[in-house]
Design a binder for this molecule. Sequence first.
Ligand SMILES: Nc1ncnc2c1ncn2[C@@H]1O[C@H](COP(=O)(O)OP(=O)(O)OP(=O)(O)O)[C@@H](O)[C@H]1O
Length: 299
Amino acid sequence: MIAIENLTKTFDGNIILDHITSNIKKGSIYGLIGTNGAGKSTLLNLISGIYFPDGGKVFIADEDLSENVALKDKISYISDEPFFFNSYTMTDMAKYYEKAYPSFSMEKFIEISSYFPLDVNKKLNTFSKGMKRQAAIVTALSRNPEILLCDESFDGLDPVIRQLVKRIIIKEVTERGMTVIVSSHNLGELENFCDVIGILHENKIIIEKNLDDIKENIHKIQVAFKPMIDVSCLNGIDIVKSTVRKSIMEIVARGRLDDVLRKIEEKNPILIDVIDISLEDIFIYEMEVTGYDASKILI
Ligand SMILES: Nc1ncnc2c1ncn2[C@@H]1O[C@H](COP(=O)(O)OP(=O)(O)OP(=O)(O)O)[C@@H](O)[C@H]1O
């Protein structure tokens, strides 16, 4: 759906994005992770056509964004600083968008806004930061976008609203095949939400992974032996990390789960328990393999 080819952007002679290439499939939710200043907003501004690249191209459904401005109509961008006209209410904004965007649906606006604790007839300049963000999400989704770009849109939302927003987005993805890119500093925020995670660092996407693929191949397992054995005895298992606390050994291992469990069982454990592995844990291990210090990149 979105093909990014060798995208390069400089500001005042400084390279911000350096030959970024990525393919984002229709109907996927892509999590773009990076520290402050990594270039997340710049990349989203390029994909939405707000910025022009210094090199490279963005294709939307195989069409070159720079040669077809109409493609921008397919994209709703919730920037980290949502813009509203001063003194407008949400209803006024909806009426404005209805005129400006053919795809805007007043019915959808009424439906989606009803899920949020917002007064659509109150002036937006009296809303709190989090309420303004909610209003931006409602109006963006009311356009039925094929592509939704969210720049740290979950920041400043309380946990209940955050879950609500995720549920609404997932519904749009499942029912209409909407494609989503959501940027964040925080991997944990994207847990159980994204299909693909890309990490932007030092002007490049240093790692990009499909979560189903990696989750299938990395496991956290608690084991106990009596007497306790040294982790080196678990030969034949690709152990990325191990810790021993009291009588429990916790290992993170790569490979097929049934293979790893079979090899552990050969050593006659008295306990073997597969436990949930967090997105953050997964990426800490993945980044160690590529030689990056995850503690400087993941928060
Ligand atoms: N319009 C601009 N003019 C000059 N420099 C800019 C401009 N926009 C962004 N930059 C620079 O580009 C770099 C990346 O900024 P960007 O806002 O894309 O990062 P980010 O990953 O979104 O950061 P944050 O998480 O803090 O929002 C920064 O060094 C920033 O100063």
